[in-house]
Ligand binder design. Structure first.
Ligand code: PMP
Length: 374
């Protein structure tokens, strides 16, 4: 761009190799959170559903798309989608906020409640994006630790929240990438200890035996400090749609609406979500199939030289005992099987994470892993 000097436009300034300004200093040290997107036969690295959504959903969506007024902005408040979600969870539509994937829900929470003067608490190892999005929004992160077998230690929770006085405390349940869901009594104990909002990220909630949605539904003063985050990306087989939501007190929803861009949820996405909710049985059938497959992988891993942890989700964390994790990851890639390398994440030295896929994909993963560890 030309620069002004006096009343004259100094065009030479455009030639002198001016570069864009540096990014915010607090962002400069951040690296993006990305899993490799390489062309492989078996993709077990991002915890998506290996099955497509039901054909009848796609038919209904295709028909519905032709009724959308694409020249008009979408329903800004996503009334029908929020009503459908509220009905499905037994809450009121004012308690539902939707966004482009649950990551955007998390970002909205952090934009609304975070900032440089405040902090958030989390317990590692956990979902990396909780801390990452917090840092992007300029919010300091107080990171506590889990026990050696990745459980929450309530003394550690007490210590961290007493120290940081966090505006948000994050839990992921089931926890990604370690797999276990937090029992309801643990979630309640954390809510007791945490001073601000407790965000329970249930991206894999349909695989788990319990949900913090019960706490929200129960109501009462403490329930108003719980926000449950869910997504259509996993069990609903709709990662490509980018739709997530939270269920919380209306005040929390209003806070998120304050920071959401106008019309951030396009009409096609709203329709896709509304229609998906008509296929609960099909979704639950997919969850059952994946749980069965998860059991098969878990059993097979016990015969291999790897350490594993119980999973309430659609993935399993494991640590090869006899070989470096990175070398195993490369062997698997060589066999066209992509898993997630978590070995550089806090508290996860030597660990890999495999998403539960279709039976044939899981067999291929197990065969390649067996080969690598021989
Ligand atoms: N939360 C957790 C715990 C996750 O594992 C993921 C997906 N990796 C997300 C949120 C984000 O999901 P999405 O943005 O696709 O809804």
């Amino acid at each position: 761009m030309a620069a002004l000097s006096g009343d004259r436009i100094d065009r030479d300034a455009t030639i002198g190799g001016r570069t864009p300004p540096p990014v915010r200093p607090d962002l400069a040290a951040l690296t993006g959170y990305h899993s490799a997107q390489v062309d492989v036969a078996v993709r077990l690295n991002t915890n998506e559903s290996p099955m497509p959504p039901p054909a009848a959903w796609l038919d209904a969506l295709t028909r519905g798309l032709s009724d959308i007024d694409f020249n008009r902005y979408p329903d800004r408040e996503a009334h029908s989608l929020r009503q459908a979600l509220a009905d499905s969870h037994g809450v009121r539509p004012e308690q539902v906020f939707c966004a482009n994937g649950s990551n955007e829900v998390l970002q909205s929470l952090l934009l609304a409640y975070g900032g440089a003067e405040r902090s958030v608490a989390l317990f590692e190892p956990t979902y990396t994006l909780h801390g990452h999005i917090a840092r992007i929004t300029g919010t300091p992160v107080a990171a506590g630790h889990r026990t050696d077998d990745f459980r929450l230690d309530l003394d550690e929770v007490r210590r961290v929240v007493a120290d940081a006085d966090p505006v948000i405390t994050f839990l992921a349940s089931p926890n990604n990438p370690t797999g276990r869901a937090e029992p309801p009594e643990v979630v309640e104990a954390v809510l007791d200890l945490a001073p601000g909002l407790l965000v329970v990220d249930e991206a894999y909630g349909q695989f788990a035996p319990s949900s913090a949605l019960d706490l929200v539904r129960a109501g009462g003063p403490d329930a108003e400090r719980v926000a449950v985050v869910r997504t259509f990306s996993k069990t609903w087989s709709m990662a490509g749609v980018r739709l997530g939501y939270l269920v919380a007190a209306p005040e929390v929803v209003e806070a998120c609406e304050l920071v959401a861009l106008p019309y951030h949820l396009d009409s096609a996405k709203q329709l896709a979500g509304i229609l998906a909710l008509q296929f609960v049985d099909e979704m639950e059938a997919r969850v059952s199939t994946l749980k069965e497959e998860r059991g098969k992988i878990a059993a097979a891993l016990t015969d291999l030289p790897v350490e594993t942890w119980p999973s309430d989700a659609n993935f399993i964390l494991f640590r090869p005992r006899s070989k470096d994790a990175r070398a195993v990851w490369s062997d698997l890639l060589e066999a066209s099987v992509l898993v997630r390398d978590c070995s550089e994440w806090p508290g996860l030295a030597g660990c890999l994470r495999v998403t539960v896929g279709l039976a044939g994909e899981n067999d291929r993963f197990l065969a390649a892993l067996t080969e690598s560890l021989q």
